[in-house]
Write a protein that binds this ligand. Structure first.
Ligand code: NAP
Length: 256
């Protein structure tokens, strides 16, 4: 299959492109650095020519809705208008339906734009990646003190496994319209305190003291209520555990 990966040089997209090549597909990662700009549509028609599937991993949270919402819509419309039918596979996030955070609202708006486009689309929702859960744990730890906001926890997932699941969707028959694949999540739920303790041990430090905090409002409240975690039995689980992922990271974690 000819598989185009938008955002194909990013964290997730590069793994999708690599996995597609390993499976013997003709994989093409694309982004602004190859001349595709989803905020303008530049390069879109050329990129989709001859494609069977496009896996959309493009993202730029600093540009508001320009890439995630308008860019996804533009991509779906171009896929729909392509000479030969193209299956658009799009990555989204578990639990975004009623989540008061602007990024998650844009993810939901992107899904709605794709559903309205009339294109053959499959949306796969995943939980937060291990790297992002580790970032949250580090951010909520200050001066040896870990702030456990409400019941805040993650069911973090291995990005390589997410990439493989996207490829499985890409290889499945093209749907006739919009559909959602089963949500996916990592193998275990870990509180912020558990994640932070693991990250500190990994860096050679003793776990910090845990300070419980009420989750006041907004996004923290939603995380505190675990809206980011699928209800029991509502997601397919798999991939490396957080501990196994962590063991393969450098001692000093960086980024998200
Ligand atoms: N991190 C998580 O925990 C998590 C969980 C579930 C789902 N996801 C989803 O996974 C997706 C990928 O995230 P990521 O962390 O892999 O992103 P990333 O590393 O920031 O990569 C984003 C990619 O998008 C490209 N891009 C940015 N602006 C563009 C534009 N205007 N036109 C075309 N391409 C553009 C970038 O390349 P250039 O700069 O070269 O254009 C880059 O290749 C996102 O949709 C995110 O919501 C993430």
């Amino acid at each position: 299959m000819r598989i185009i990966v938008t955002g194909g040089f990013g964290d997730l997209g590069s793994r999708v492109a690599r996995e597609a090549s390993l499976r013997g597909h003709d994989a093409m990662p694309v982004s602004r650095r190859t001349g595709l700009d989803l905020t303008t549509g530049a390069g879109l028609v050329a990129v989709l020519r001859g494609a069977d599937v496009v896996v959309n991993c493009a993202d730029d949270p600093r540009r508001g809705a320009a890439v995630m919402v308008d860019g996804s819509r533009r991509l779906a419309e171009a896929a729909n208008a392509a000479e030969a039918p193209v299956h658009l596979v799009h990555i989204s996030i578990v639990g975004i339906d009623d989540f008061p955070m602007s990024y998650y609202r844009r993810k939901l708006a992107a899904e709605r734009a794709l559903a309205a486009s009339g294109a053959a689309v499959t949306v796969l929702r995943a939980t937060q990646f291990h790297s992002l859960a580790a970032f949250f744990a580090r951010t909520l730890t200050r001066g040896g003190l870990t702030f456990q906001v409400g019941r805040m926890a993650f069911q973090p997932v291995d990005t390589d496994w997410v990439a493989a699941q996207l490829l499985d969707v890409a290889e499945a028959p093209r749907p006739t319209g919009y559909e959602r694949a089963d949500d996916i999540a990592g193998p275990e739920v870990l509180t912020v305190a558990q994640l932070a303790a693991a990250v500190r041990r990994h860096g050679g430090q003793r776990p910090g003291r845990v300070l419980p905090l009420a989750a006041p409002f907004g996004a923290l409240r939603a995380f505190g209520k675990r809206q980011n975690i699928p209800a029991a039995g509502q997601a397919r689980t798999g991939g490396r555990t957080f501990a196994d992922w962590l063991a393969q990271q450098p001692r000093e974690l960086e980024g998200r």
